[in-house]
Design a protein. Structure first.
Length: 152
């Protein structure tokens, strides 16, 4: 299976972020226009603040420029995953069993591409959502985006 641009970047960036004392939650870099935007989401047990994001941005930005990893001009944005965090791997969901999740699929199931329900189970690369008292299994490869729904 071919590696995505985000997966390739993650392998390069993860050691740098971890060396600074943070956890790389995920990377998103949708192709757009002439100047690519690379978004890093970092975490630590105490949360992250703007100064920490700036520190990671300077360090990782410099490394990416020196190595020439990203062709052409790019913008690097660093932030925390936030309360309504996006999940980048099924492993990240394990701590959120029982919480409400939004799932968007690449392909519709019974005419529906968006599902909202409580996370019932995570088993390997399959997640189970309880939607209207019915369990629905989704393979990770079928999911375009999965996000936590934060209750205020």
């Amino acid at each position: 299976m071919r590696q995505t641009f985000e997966e390739m970047l993650s392998e390069i960036i993860r050691p740098e972020v971890e060396g600074l004392g943070y956890k790389l939650w995920g990377i998103s870099s949708p192709p757009s226009g002439k100047k690519r935007v690379v978004r890093l989401y970092i975490e630590s047990s105490d949360g992250v603040n703007i100064d920490q994001c700036a520190k990671v941005s300077r360090q990782v930005g410099l490394m990416l420029e020196v190595e020439g990893t990203i062709p052409g001009a790019f913008t690097l944005e660093v932030s925390s995953p936030g309360l309504e965090r996006r999940f980048f791997t099924p492993d990240q969901l394990a701590d959120y069993i029982g919480k409400q999740i939004n799932v968007k699929l690449f392909e519709a199931i019974d005419g529906c591409r968006k599902f909202k329900g409580n996370l019932a189970e995570v088993k390997g690369k399959t997640i189970t959502l309880s939607v209207d008292n019915k369990n629905i299994d989704f393979t990770w490869n079928s999911i375009k985006e999965a996000r936590l729904i934060h209750k205020f």
